[in-house]
Design a protein around this ligand. Structure first.
Ligand code: ZN
Length: 128
């Protein structure tokens, strides 16, 4: 069963060359996956986005295909690590086993995890 996570770390920093930031992002993501014993293929993404005022900007991201069979709790643990490391808000999740595609914060196992740990219910608002 395939699991895919797509993360975005926000606008590129002005003082760091884009390629350097992308490579750092991909390498760090791979290191974190390895530390969780999760096999993964990670591809850098650069997006051009537009904010509500019409300004366009570029954003660094990573597209993670998880190649190991992993439980929902390990996917959540991996996400929590990535979230803390990169200061993420959420990630896009495609989880073949449950047929889910969307924001990880609204993924039923994540909703259950947050409720069980007395964390605020999702109010993501990322529009995914
Ligand atoms: Zn979200």
């Amino acid at each position: 069963m395939k699991t895919r996570m797509v993360l975005s770390t926000g606008a590129y920093k002005e003082d760091v060359p884009d390629w350097q930031e992308s490579m750092f992002l991909v390498r760090s993501t791979a290191d974190i996956c390895a530390s969780y014993k999760v096999r993964a293929r990670i591809v850098p993404i650069t997006s051009s986005l537009q904010d509500l005022d019409g300004w366009c900007y570029t954003e660094a991201g990573a597209d993670i295909t998880i190649l190991s069979d992993v439980s929902a709790s390990r996917i959540i643990a991996l996400f929590e690590e990535l979230k803390n490391y990169f200061g993420l808000h959420c990630v896009w999740l495609e989880h073949e086993e449950t047929g889910y595609e969307g924001c990880i914060m609204e993924w039923p196992p994540m909703v259950a995890f947050r409720a069980a740990n007395n964390l605020d219910p999702l109010t993501c608002g990322c529009g995914r």
